[in-house]
Design a protein around this ligand. Sequence first.
Ligand SMILES: Nc1ncnc2c1ncn2[C@@H]1O[C@H](COP(=O)(O)OP(=O)(O)O)[C@@H](O)[C@H]1O
Ligand SMILES: [Mg+2]
Length: 248
Amino acid sequence: METRPPTPNQDAIIQCVRSRVGPDAPRVEQVEVDGKKYWIKRPEKLNWRFRLQKGSPKIAFERERAAFHDMNGYEVPVPQLCAEGKDFLVLPDCGPDLRTLFRKEKVEERRHALLMEAARTLGVFHKKGFSHGRPSPKDMCRSDSGVLMLDFERYRQKNNTLKGQARDLVIFAFNVIAHSPNVRGSLSEAMEVYRGAAPDGTWQLSSQWCRRMRWAKYLVKPAQWSEGNRSKEFKAIPQLFDLFAGKA
Ligand SMILES: Nc1ncnc2c1ncn2[C@@H]1O[C@H](COP(=O)(O)OP(=O)(O)O)[C@@H](O)[C@H]1O
Ligand SMILES: [Mg+2]
């Protein structure tokens, strides 16, 4: 778990960020400064149609910045901000993301162990009183000091509640079911691991929410027959409900 603030060369990092500004600058990119890897993140540039769908990129960027300000300085499994400006954040490299590792790791026991670590990390994060907003193995990285959580564009202080954490848990499980078939079978065990680390009551709230939503299972039936990512997500819904009903 990253707790000690790193001591990067701020001036060199900021110089690097400035040197890469431009219309073609990627929104998220890895750079190297003084032999160390960092990631620069900038606000998304959206056309009006996507702005209507996704909301203001500036607000999302400020949410993420607020998350790091709220969490850095506490023992929370997130990286320490290395540098920031009005239109950029810089984080240390946190290693490969877990969705990629679940896909690439050949040894089943190692994939299983990684999923348990992810679940424990989410539990610890919640126990510290925070909620993420949209946790996914894609936004959890395996750093040298353990799993760290990233991508706080959906963070809101007012969701740092049991209810917000219960929603996090459902979203996390949903993302594993939909996008990481290699570890799906270990999810109920991962939920036990989560419960061992998390505040009392989150699991119960998640289960209640899924019970109330069970009718959605029937609504999404036709969508499950189509191909592609959307259908993977629709197909995940019945499995998600079974998991929180203790049947998976
Ligand atoms: N500090 C970091 N360390 C390692 N990987 C990172 C880091 N920051 C971003 N990434 C990688 O880039 C991806 C996109 O970054 P993210 O903050 O999730 O942006 P987006 O809002 O586009 O999803 C992440 O899923 C992760 O794979
Ligand atoms: Mg992301």
